[in-house]
Design a protein around this ligand. Structure first.
Ligand SMILES: Cc1cc2nc3c(=O)[nH]c(=O)nc-3n(C[C@H](O)[C@H](O)[C@H](O)COP(=O)(O)O)c2cc1C
Length: 173
C-alpha cells in the first residue's frame, strides 16, 4: 500500500476480533513510532509501552470503564494491543511532549493500516491511567512519565469501505 492510500484510508476502529498481532507487525509499529519527529530531537520526552498481555489489557480497559461511565462498556474496544505513549511533563512548554507523542501515534496508526490492521487513538483511557498508580507501576510508567495517548491496535471485526469527505477547513492563497 502506498503512503497516500495508507493515510487516507486509516479510520478509527471500535470493534476488534480476538487475534493478536504477529511479532513482525508489532516490531514494525514500534519502528514506525521511533521514526516520528520530536521537537529539538528530544526523543526522551516520550516513552512507548507496548501492552499485549491479555490480563494487563483487561485491567486497563476495566480501569477506564469504571472511571469514565459515559464511554462505552469497553473503552479499549477489545483491542489485543495497547500502545501507551507516556510523556515527561514539561512546564515551560507543556504542549511539546504531547505533540511529539501525537506524531508517534499517527505513525503507528498509518503503519497499522498499511499492515492490514485497524487502530484508534484514545485519550480518555490514558487520562484515567494517569491516576492509577498501581497500574502504572505494573507497566513501569512511574518514573516521571504519565500516559498521554493510547493507540489501540488489532484486527477489525468489520471492514470499513467508507470514503472520507473533506472535513477540515482549508484555505489556499
Ligand atoms: C486527540 C484525540 C483524542 C481522541 N480520543 C478518543 C477517545 O478517547 N476515544 C475514542 O473512541 N476515539 C478517540 N479519538 C478518535 C476520534 O474520535 C476519531 O479520530 C474521529 O472520530 C475521526 O474519525 P477517524 O479517525 O475514523 O477519521 C481521538 C482522536 C484524537 C485525535
Amino acid at each position: 500500500m502506498e503512503a497516500f492510500e495508507a493515510i487516507t484510508t486509516r479510520h478509527s476502529c471500535r470493534d476488534y476480533i480476538v487475534r493478536q498481532l504477529s511479532e513482525e507487525q508489532t516490531e514494525k509499529l514500534i519502528r514506525a513510532a521511533n521514526a516520528a519527529p520530536a521537537a529539538s530531537r528530544n526523543f526522551n520526552t516520550v516513552k512507548l509501552t507496548v501492552v499485549q498481555d491479555a490480563g494487563l489489557c483487561a485491567e486497563i480497559d476495566r480501569a477506564a470503564a469504571f472511571a469514565l461511565p459515559p464511554l462505552k462498556e469497553h473503552p479499549t474496544f477489545g483491542a489485543p494491543t495497547l500502545m501507551v505513549l507516556s510523556v515527561k511533563p514539561n512546564r515551560a512548554a507543556p504542549f511539546v511532549p504531547y505533540c511529539n507523542a501525537s506524531c508517534m501515534a499517527e505513525n503507528i496508526m498509518i503503519e497499522a493500516n498499511a499492515l492490514g490492521l485497524a487502530s484508534v487513538f484514545l485519550m480518555g483511557v490514558p487520562m484515567v491511567m494517569k491516576n492509577r498508580l498501581e497500574l502504572l507501576e505494573k507497566l513501569n510508567i512511574a518514573d516521571g512519565f504519565e500516559p498521554a495517548i493510547v493507540v489501540a491496535v488489532g484486527y477489525a471485526a468489520e471492514p470499513v469501505a467508507e470514503q472520507k469527505p473533506m472535513r477540515i477547513l482549508v484555505e489556499r492563497f
